[in-house]
Ligand binder design. Structure first.
Ligand code: DAH
Length: 358
């Protein structure tokens, strides 16, 4: 008998062998090898069907029909085995990756530092009034920090600022350099680079050579404001700071301007907002003095004034044509008032119990 002449018996044996091996196939690779071996183009069943032409005409219909049935059977078994394996695979995967009863994983999430928060809030208030936000260098020339702001060498106003010097104080032949003691030098830098109208706010770090306590740090933040144009008046300063105070501390806020001295403004003022805790009364209903404003009813927030004509001249502006107002103050102080914080050292001591509250 030639290889093509499979008797029905051989086909029975082929079927038994195929189904037996199919049962043993336990993964996709084995299943594929099985398919190639029995159903593939040069597989066992295909060669049976090819050999049909050599079977005697009498047997051919019977053998042919048997072979075709076997083909259908093997294909069906193969399909359902394939499905079974896929399901098993999914079940295993689910078992190893998804246990819905496990507790969830918590990822630590950072927060916005209270100083950044108050900075953003303040900048938003001023940008809404048409101010641009700019930043400047923390390491600064003596010229911008003092000289151009009308504070010449040996001027007693230098005592207001305990300065951290980069170059040794009084060193010959070196342009004196320092860590800026306030954000006011940016007034000069901005005016040098642009012509009026000018409207900027400048948030940033400043440094003072200072012993630290609950209200003093050697590094802290300020925000500076400057507006210069042909007809800027003190009324614009008042209106701007009223709008600011009410946006930040509440719509009923009152603002107080009192005379103060800063060499780079004339007149100079100290700006205070009435206390939003005791509503400016200084005492509470129970007769207790207000702790936030220390019984005064007022909270000082800014130094301010009309830009000194000498400062305008220093940057090449004609003081007969232009005038401006300026203001500046500590961001920690504003944040302390706003959030009820009683020690400035909390801001940068990296205590998460404090920082997580914001
Ligand atoms: N730079 C001053 C300080 O650090 C604050 C200040 C006062 C800024 C008056 C101003 C101003 O712009 O006009 O104490």
């Amino acid at each position: 008998m030639s290889s093509g002449e499979e008797s029905p018996l051989d086909l029975d044996r082929l079927e038994a062998e195929a189904l037996n091996l199919l049962g043993e196939a336990s993964n996709a690779g084995a299943l594929d090898a099985w398919r190639v071996r029995f159903l593939g183009r040069s597989g066992a069943l295909t060669s049976v069907l090819r050999g049909l032409k050599d079977v005697s005409p009498a047997d051919r219909p019977q053998v042919g029909a048997r072979a075709n049935r076997l083909k259908t059977t093997l294909e069906e078994f193969w399909k359902s085995k394939q499905e079974a394996l896929r399901e098993e695979e999914l079940r295993l995967a689910a078992q190893f990756t998804l246990d819905v009863t496990l507790p969830g994983k918590t990822f630590p999430v950072g927060r916005i530092h209270p100083i950044n928060r108050i900075t953003r809030e303040i900048c938003r208030i001023f940008t809404a009034m048409g101010f641009q936000v700019v930043e400047g260098p923390e390491v600064e020339w003596d010229y911008y920090n003092f000289e151009a702001l009308n504070i010449p060498k040996d001027h007693p106003a230098r005592d207001m600022f305990d300065t951290l010097w980069i170059t040794p104080e009084g060193s010959e032949g070196l342009k004196p350099m320092l860590l800026r003691t306030h954000t006011s030098p940016m007034q000069v830098r901005v005016m040098e680079k642009t012509s009026p109208p000018v409207r900027v706010v400048v948030p940033g770090r400043v440094y003072r050579y200072e012993a630290t306590d609950a209200t003093h740090e050697s590094m802290f933040h300020q925000v500076e404001g400057l507006a210069v144009d042909e007809d800027v008046t003190m009324a614009d300063l008042k209106g701007t700071l009223y709008t600011f105070a009410r946006a930040l501390f509440g719509q009923e806020r009152q603002v107080r301007f009192r005379c103060d001295y800063f060499p780079f403004v004339e007149p100079g003022v100290e700006v205070a907002v009435d206390c939003f805790v005791c509503q400016g009364k200084g005492v509470h209903a129970d007769g207790q003095g207000c702790r936030l404003c220390k019984g005064t009813g007022w909270l000082e927030v800014f130094g301010a004034g009309m830009v000194h004509p000498q400062v305008l001249r220093n940057v090449g502006y004609d003081p007969r044509r232009y005038r401006g107002f300026a203001f500046g103050g500590g961001l920690e102080r504003i944040a302390m008032l706003r959030y009820g914080i009683d020690d400035i050292r909390l801001f940068f001591s990296n205590d998460l119990r404090f920082l997580r509250q914001f």
